[in-house]
Structure formats: C-alpha cells, structure tokens
Design a protein around this ligand. Structure first.
Ligand SMILES: [Zn+2]
Length: 362
C-alpha cells in the first residue's frame, strides 16, 4: 500500500500577486525537493491527480450566494479582503483544490492507498460558509469531511488542525456538530484572534471543539506534549472512523508570519503519532491537506517531505532541515514555553473534563 500525494501542476497557477506569501513557489520548491530526495523511487509514494469538486459537494459547506459571488468575481477579478483578493480564474483553482482534498479522502476510503496527502493551494481552513479570509476561499478539508459523511456514510471524523493559525473557518462549520471532533493547536496571539480554550462548540456540538493555544516560541517538545496529553486521549474517547489533518507548516521556526519553533523533525514526529493513532482507531484511515506555510526555501521543501515520509512509513530519522538554517532556531525557541503550555493544558483538561472521560480527574 502506498501513500498518495495528490498534486497537479495547476496548483501552481493561482496567484494573488507575485510577492504574496501564499505563492506558487511554496509547492514548486517542495516538488523539486521531493524529486531530489528520490521519494517517488521508493514506490511508497505515488502522485495522484486531483479532480474538480462538484458544486454539490462544495454547497454542503458553503452558501450558494458565496459560491456564486466567487464564480462571478473570478471572471474579472475581485476582492474579499486585502490578504485575500480574487484573481481571474480563482474559481477553477479553488474547485481543484477542494477536489484534491476529496480525492485524498476518496482514495483512502477505497483502499487504493494507505493514506493520502493533498498538497493543494489555495489553502482552506479560514474559509467560512459565507466568506473566505486569510488566503483561503473554499474550506478544502471541511468539504472533504462532509463528502465522506454524505457519500461514504462515515459518522465520526476527527479533524486535527496544527497550522500555526487557528482554523476559525473549520471551527465555525462544525461548531454545532457532534459528528466531527475539531482539535486545533495554534499560536496565540496571532491572526485570526480566535481559538481560546473556552470555545468548545455549541448545542449538540458542545465539547466537540478543542482549542489549544500555544505561546510564541513553542517548539517540537510542546507540540508532542499536546499530542500525547490532549489529542491522543480524546481521540481514543471519540473513536473516529477517519482522521483528517489540516497540515499547515507555518509553525516552522523560519516562518516569516509566525513565531513558533517547530522543526522538520517535529513535523515527522507529529505525523508518525497521527498515523499510529489512525492505525489504532480506524484501520489507518488518514488523509492530510496542506494549509499554510510561508517559509518557502527554508521550511516547506523539508517539512512537506517530513510529513509525506512519515505517512509513507519511510525512515524519518534522518529528516532535518539543512544545517545552514538551524542557527535561527535558538533565537525563536523560548525555553519557558513548555511551562506556559503546561498551564494551558491544565486549563483545557479542566474545561473538557465535562465532556471527555479521559480528563475526569481534572
Ligand atoms: Zn496558517
């Protein structure tokens, strides 16, 4: 069984401006690196083409008014906000990215791949039902999760969002829904300013949103602690039938937009743990979707590689970023971050002890 890498050259076409942080080189440099590392020669990773999402699949998440707006504006060019302009042709790019996420989910569901990584752009996790934001137009992972529920009848799906920014769009989409457990690890303070532990979901969905804000300077150790103490035990309580990861890579220590300190090795370890969790809980059914990540030369080629290699079960012990970048790590890593994260973890566990048996002693 292979890991499917859903990718297409068309994912390089979307462009807001040539200097926008979310630009085509994010994927172009990554793909070059994957080729150089010989990752496809291992036969453990196979490139798979995406398809275009059907409107019906997108409308399970977004409003018709918003979809019509995107379609209309992308004919002449338009704007959502200054971070998120609508270039000509955006509609097709966004539909192909959403379709890439669905393709990743589909190929795993069919058993044609062990797991799948949708290396798509534009990203999606800030997109809400009625509006895009933060470089995002359509919420790719939410569309794929809804597709799995509607077309493949899965009843419980876990979304783990480790992008440096809070996945506010995904949270809003599933906020009242107990069938999707949304766990977000993100830097705070940072755009979009949401994602406090007290945001736990509403109505029937109360308890099914878990937010773990992290301080700037948090690195591999902090992330792995959150995984072991929050993600893993809650996932065992929830018993998902599928795991979906919003695999943002802007928590890398060289990212220009954030202040976190994850390393390529850290991404490999996070994905190895996630893969193990999927094997324990849902026959390994796991797909990931690229979100952010703006350190185009120093991070993305190595962090994407780390994630894909971990999914494919390749030896990741040698995964490191080039030594020339490592000197920057010490200036970003905050030695007091683990202590701050400890306090947040206690708060999250206390709040969620109402909903999850694994936290009852809090
Ligand atoms: Zn981000």
């Amino acid at each position: 069984m292979v890991t499917a890498l859903v990718f297409h050259e068309s994912y390089l076409e979307h462009e807001q401006t040539p200097t926008h942080p979310e630009r085509k080189e994010r994927l172009a440099y990554t793909f070059d690196q994957l080729m150089e590392e010989g990752i496809f020669e291992s036969k453990a990773v196979e490139v798979v083409s995406p398809f275009r999402a059907d409107e019906e699949d997108v409308l399970a998440v977004h409003t018709r008014d918003y979809l019509e707006f995107l379609k209309r504006e992308s004919k002449t060019g338009g704007i959502i906000d200054w971070d998120t302009v609508i270039p000509v042709g955006l509609y097709e790019s966004a539909m192909l990215a959403a379709g890439g996420a669905i393709r990743a989910a589909e190929i795993v569901d069919k058993g044609e791949a062990e797991n799948a990584f949708a290396m798509v752009r534009p990203p999606g996790h800030h997109a809400k039902p009625g509006i895009g934001a933060g470089f995002c137009y359509l919420n790719n992972i939410a569309i794929a999760v809804r597709w799995l529920q509607r077309k493949r009848r899965y009843s419980r799906i876990l979304i783990l969002d480790w992008d440096a920014h809070h996945g506010d769009g995904t949270q809003e989409i599933f906020y009242r829904d107990p069938t999707v457990l949304f766990i977000s690890l993100h830097q705070m303070p940072l755009y979009p300013g949401t994602g406090y532990p007290r945001e736990v979901g509403e109505g029937e969905g109360e308890g099914y949103t878990i937010n773990v804000p992290l301080p700037p300077g948090a690195g591999d150790e902090c992330y792995l602690t959150v995984f072991d103490e929050i993600v893993e035990p809650v996932a065992h309580d929830f018993r998902p039938e599928f795991i979906a990861v919003s695999a943002g890579q802007d928590n890398h220590f060289t990212d220009p937009l954030t202040g976190l300190a994850l390393t390529a090795r850290g991404y490999a370890e996070l994905m190895e743990r996630t893969k193990k969790l999927a094997e324990e809980l849902c026959d390994g059914r796991l797909f990931a979707v690229l979100e952010g990540g703006y350190s185009i030369e120093a991070a993305l080629p190595y962090t994407n590689l780390a994630i894909i290699a971990a999914m494919a079960g390749l030896d990741t012990s040698c995964i490191r970023e080039p030594r020339s970048y490592l000197s920057a790590l010490d200036s970003v890593l905050d030695p007091s971050a683990p202590q701050k994260v400890r306090m947040t973890l206690e708060e999250v566990k206390k709040i969620h002890a109402t909903y999850w048996g694994c936290f009852v002693r809090w």
